[in-house]
Design a protein around this ligand. Structure first.
Ligand SMILES: [Zn+2]
Length: 345
């Protein structure tokens, strides 16, 4: 079994208003990991999307600390408490980061980790220490969950940055999940990484990374041991992956690993900001079983701007056909992103 990086090109065909034949090219790629197809409709790059000629203004409640449950002092009396078996104090604190249960859980262990007391932070403007402290807080929570329920091995850290990416509160935070029941992506990635390991003796994301390092066209750079690249067959706009080779558990992370992850996430945020995009999703899954061969990978994708009457990035094509349609080649994404990794910006 090897990872296959498959690309096919097709052409549309129509007559322009002057009767000339136009044949726009579309590239159909298959993601070597998920095996999902994605379509890059190059001609749509020329179409100006509304709402991205400048970074949108902050939302109206950007200054509204008074009603925000994540601002202090409300965070200590309007958010729920962890059970004593997880934390006697009812919450976990690391630096300025405070972690507590999600009031509207999605599974057995569902928590929120607030970065600090800054109520609204524009994309790309956070500092690395704030992110590192918040990630370390998440890892401490997941460690305690793992001790409390040894079967809750399906874990995830996610971020919805602003409401257009699904965030319900402006105040910057991460979500943390752990459960005995695997998500669809956990189930698929665990099976795929095990099959890959059995047949090749190698880790799947290390092999993917090796291919991309040799190819170079989508490789962006590194932050410490984290290696960053544009996804070969994106499942979202300007999709970027960070791979931490050979590491298969959050519990293997050092503080330095979280710091270098934070550096890469903030580089990606600054890149997205340069595109006048103010919203994105982040996600990272782990399978915390002894036999795991699934390495850690973080995925970031831009979402449609939080601005009036902009186009949503999920259409009938994604819902009905299941193929993600994007407009920019991943190779162009990598070229635009590299300056944010190599210290030029
Ligand atoms: Zn707030």
């Amino acid at each position: 079994m090897s990872l296959i990086f498959e690309k096919k090109r097709v052409k549309g065909r129509f007559l322009a208003s002057d009767n000339s034949l136009v044949e726009p090219e579309i590239e159909i790629r298959t993601n070597p990991i998920s095996l999902k197809q994605s379509r890059i409709a190059f001609s749509r790059m020329q179409q100006k999307e509304p709402g991205i000629d400048r970074l949108p203004d902050p939302p109206p409640d950007a200054l509204n600390r008074g009603t925000c449950p994540f601002c202090r002092p409300q965070i200590f009396n309007r958010t729920p408490r962890l059970i004593p078996a997880i934390a006697d104090e009812g919450y976990l604190q690391n630096g300025e980061s405070i972690l507590f249960p999600n009031m509207f859980p999605y599974g057995s262990f569902s928590a929120v980790s607030v970065f600090d007391d800054n109520h609204f932070v524009e994309i790309g403007n956070a500092d690395v220490k704030t992110y590192t402290d918040c990630f370390v807080n998440c890892s401490e929570y997941l460690k305690r969950v793992r001790t409390f329920d040894t079967d809750a091995v399906y874990m995830a850290i996610t971020q919805n940055f602003l409401p257009s990416s699904g965030g319900s509160l402006l105040h910057p935070h991460l979500q943390i999940q752990a459960d005995r029941i695997a998500s669809n992506n956990h189930r698929y990635l665990i099976k795929k990484s095990e099959e890959f390991h059995e047949t090749t003796g190698s880790y799947m994301f290390s092999a993917y990374l090796e291919h991309e390092r040799q190819d170079k066209t989508r490789y962006i750079g590194n932050t410490g041991p984290w290696e960053w690249m544009a996804s070969f067959a994106p499942e979202g706009f300007y999709e970027i992956w960070g791979i931490l080779p050979d590491i298969v558990s959050f519990q293997q992370f050092t503080r330095e690993d979280w710091l270098h992850l934070s550096e890469g996430v903030l580089n990606a945020q600054k890149f997205y900001r340069s595109l006048n995009r103010n919203s994105y999703n982040l996600g990272m899954l782990s399978y915390e079983a002894k036999e795991s061969v699934l390495e850690l990978r973080v995925v970031l994708v831009v979402r449609s701007n939080y601005a009036a009457w902009t186009r949503n990035d999920h259409t009938g094509f994604e819902i009905a056909l299941g193929d993600m349609t994007t407009f920019s080649a991943p190779e162009d994404t990598a070229e635009l992103a590299r300056p944010f990794w190599n210290g030029e910006i």
